[in-house]
Write a protein that binds this ligand. Structure first.
Ligand code: NAD
Ligand code: TYD
Length: 332
């Protein structure tokens, strides 16, 4: 299959592209705007592969989307602004990429009769105190990030309903693993622990996330592309839930850093307390997660320990400025 993968230079997209090129022999064209989170380095090992090509451009640019799409049978859209804290500070880019960008891609795919898969998030359902969200749970997003992701999901569903387009939506839970930009909880805590920087815990740290190893989510997306029913939504959740403070304690164990680094800071406004997904629907088709949290976290810590060349540039320049603005303190 020849795929257009939008946002393929980011964390999950690059893991997905690696799987499809290496394990499925797909031809893949990546279209990516290369925001602060999108890096060609994430795809460096694929640059010489036959069947891999890269277009630098934004999904909201109809000409760029049309150029990149030539000869492709399906679009898989990962392209997004993905950090909740940034969406609270500056929501503009979230609206543009998620709502306008998804619309432009849908129109271009519809014109060409292409299959379309939207990568989405459990955050569109909002927070849940007990039990787990299913695909029929109402959407109740609470941040500009999740609200604009929910808007994109509704647009995708409408293109199936109205135009009969062959669409799918995959809603993943919190991902972790290699190539994740260190603004997100796990890589931020791993690198801060390795450097002796403080570990900023929002509020009491008792918020719960449903963790999925990135390769499992990427496989779930590929699985949906290959076996999903058009017009359907599939939740792709991880096998384990864990409160943030416990995630940090485990990272301290793996890195050997001191507990004294933990610092409780002002809570995120509108902070969702718990995310939990039921993945029974995609499990019934034959997908299941392979990596439990304890193993995946250890692999992730080892990857960051072994890949200083990858993360070193991210702890300077823009990231350092972002960090100082966000946390009001300097990195070591
Ligand atoms: P990321 O921030 O690492 O990567 C996003 C990629 O999209 C980057 O390469 C960036 O350059 C690109 N991009 C951003 N705006 C673009 C635009 N307008 N045009 C073209 N490219 C653009 O994000 P990620 O964690 O890999 O997330 C990928 C997708 O998975 C997102 O849609 C996100 O909502 C979803 N998701 C993420 C998680 C998670 O825990 N990270 C969980 C569930 C779902
Ligand atoms: P994050 O990785 O930003 O993902 P999301 O908000 O999409 O779930 O955050 C995961 C959890 O960790 C969330 O409850 C917020 C919390 N958190 C902190 O306590 N400190 C931090 O510095 C960060 C980035 C997140």
């Amino acid at each position: 299959m020849k795929l257009l993968v939008c946002g393929g230079a980011g964390f999950i997209g690059s893991n997905f592209v690696r799987q499809r090129v290496r394990e499925h022999g797909d031809e893949v064209v990546v279209l990516d705007k290369l925001t602060y989170a999108g890096r060609r380095e994430n795809l460096a090992d694929l640059e010489d592969e036959v069947g891999f090509s890269f277009f630098h451009g934004a999904i909201e640019d109809a000409d760029a989307a049309a150029d990149a799409m030539q000869g492709c049978e399906a679009v898989v859209n990962f392209a997004a602004e993905t950090h909740v804290d940034r969406s609270i500070a500056e929501p503009d880019a979230f609206v543009k990429t998620h709502v306008v960008g998804t619309f432009v891609l849908l129109e271009a795919a519809r014109e060409r009769g292409m299959r379309y898969l939207q990568v989405s998030t459990d955050e569109v359902y909002g927070s849940i105190d007990e039990g787990s969200f299913t695909e029929t749970s109402p959407l109740a997003p609470s941040s500009p990030y999740s609200a604009t992701k929910a808007g994109a999901d509704l647009l995708v569903a409408s293109y199936h309903h109205t135009y009969g387009m062959q669409t799918s939506i995959c809603r993943g839970s919190n991902n972790y693993g290699p190539y994740q930009y260190p603004e997100k909880l796990i890589p931020l805590m791993v690198l801060n622990a390795m450097h002796g920087d403080s570990l900023p815990v929002y509020g009491d740290g008792m918020q719960v996330r449903n963790w999925i190893f990135v390769e499992d989510f990427a496989r779930g997306i590929g699985f949906t592309l290959d076996h999903g029913e058009p017009g359907e939504v599939y939740n792709v959740g991880g096998p384990d839930e864990c409160p943030n403070i416990e995630v940090i304690e485990r990272i301290l164990e793996f890195t050997g850093a001191s507990r004294d680094l933990i610092e409780h800071v002002t809570d995120r406004p509108g902070h969702d307390v718990r995310y939990s997904l039921s993945s029974d629907k995609i499990r019934a088709l034959g997908w299941e997660p392979r990596v439990r949290f304890a193993e995946g976290l250890e692999r992730t810590v080892s990857w960051y320990r072994d890949n200083e060349d990858w993360w070193k540039p991210t702890r300077s320049g823009d990231y350092r400025e972002y960090y100082e603005r966000q946390y009001g303190r300097k990195l070591a």
